[in-house]
Design a protein around this ligand. Structure first.
Ligand code: ADP
Length: 346
């Protein structure tokens, strides 16, 4: 009897401790029954979603998320996280996730990500402002350098040529940073039918112009579909991949541009027989300024921003970049589009 009572007291103390911990958390915790009705929430949860506790015990929580609550709930049910403005204060951003436990019970977690989002915004504004401020002085310097003819001052000719190359490089970095800032500010792009046949033709011409006959270039237009998206941004992303293939493939190699069906969707792929990329670098390729070899990137006129631009453009089209590569053999960069983005050619 005594043992039972001691055990019961110990369990009660443990329960009390766990509840105190849950109450002290700054994240919102909501325990939901199998019908998604509120069983319990901690004080942070009540504050973040504007609930009264215990008055709101038993309410259907999905209806208290504000905004497009049913879409948010659907995403959570599918196991994705969702970000919403707090129903009580639109300046507060909440990241929600749903965990299943026990017998059909669920735990909804609400984490305040406002500070992180604000810092991201400060970082974005800073990069955009710096790039914008640098653009004009760089254009002036570049303009004057173009006016100076190395032939007029032979002693300084090599220096002048190097200055021109470097000022062009700086301009290209600033332009790419501005493109990235612009893309980051977009939530969605204006969409249109992007006719793939002329786009692919123009990409082939770009590859030929960049290669200047140093590579064998082939175009395989097999998908027989157009794309729904932003023509300008897709061209920029696709052309970055073409330019990389040319720059990272030694003379005599071949480059194939393919537009083909994959499952329900389609992919635009650029396949080269170039230097290739060791596997450990693949996960980081789309980070800004990440390069496998800085010297090779610089020597070929790279800014280190091309693949970040590609990733952002693809994100805005709910598409993915798949990279396959083998050092010394070559690489394949493929942009995968869902079937919902395909339009049959007329
Ligand atoms: P960069 O301007 O340096 O080319 P990117 O963002 O376009 O920057 O690419 C990042 C890095 O990925 C490059 O520096 C290069 O090392 C590697 N890379 C990209 N495309 C290829 C390719 N087709 N073959 C080999 N390496 C590549």
């Amino acid at each position: 009897m005594n043992v039972d009572r001691r055990r019961a007291r110990r369990l009660a103390a443990q329960l009390h401790d766990m509840r105190s911990v849950a109450c002290a958390l700054s994240d919102g915790l909501f325990v939901l029954d199998p019908a998604a009705r509120l069983r319990w929430c901690n004080p942070a949860g009540a504050r973040l979603l504007g609930l009264a506790w215990p008055g709101d015990r038993g309410v259907a929580l999905a209806g208290r998320l504000g905004g497009d609550a049913s879409a948010t709930w659907q995403r959570l049910e599918q196991g994705d996280s969702a970000e919403i403005p707090a129903p009580t204060d639109s300046g507060v951003r909440l990241q929600l996730s749903l965990l299943r436990f026990g017998d059909g019970l669920r735990l909804l977690l609400a984490h305040d990500v406002s500070q992180v989002r604000r810092l991201e915004q400060v970082r974005r504004d800073f990069v955009a402002n710096v790039s914008h401020e640098l653009r004009t002085p760089l254009t002036v310097i570049h303009g004057y350098l173009e006016l100076l003819d190395p032939e007029d001052v032979p002693a300084l000719a090599p220096v002048l040529r190097e200055m021109r190359v470097q000022s062009q490089r700086m301009r290209q970095i600033v332009e790419d940073l501005l493109v990235l800032s612009h893309l980051e500010m977009q939530e969605r792009l204006d969409e249109e039918r992007v006719e793939m046949a002329p786009l692919l033709e123009s990409l082939r011409r770009e590859a030929e112009a960049l290669s200047q006959g140093r590579h064998r270039i082939e175009l395989l237009d097999q998908a027989r579909h157009d794309l729904l998206g932003s023509g300008k941004e897709l061209h920029s992303a696709f052309s970055n991949l073409v330019s990389n293939a040319v720059r990272y493939t030694p003379d005599g190699g071949s480059i194939t541009i393919v537009w083909r069906r994959v499952g329900d969707g389609a992919e635009y792929a650029v396949i080269d027989t170039g230097y290739g990329i060791p596997a450990e670098h693949l996960p980081r390729l789309t980070e800004r300024f990440y390069r496998v070899s800085s010297s090779r990137s610089r020597a070929s006129g790279g800014t280190g921003l091309g693949l970040s631009i590609v990733k952002h453009v693809l994100n805005l089209h709910e598409a993915q970049l798949e990279v396959g590569s083998e050092p010394g053999k070559g690489s394949t960069f493929a942009c995968r589009f869902a079937g919902s983005r395909l339009l049959a050619r007329p």
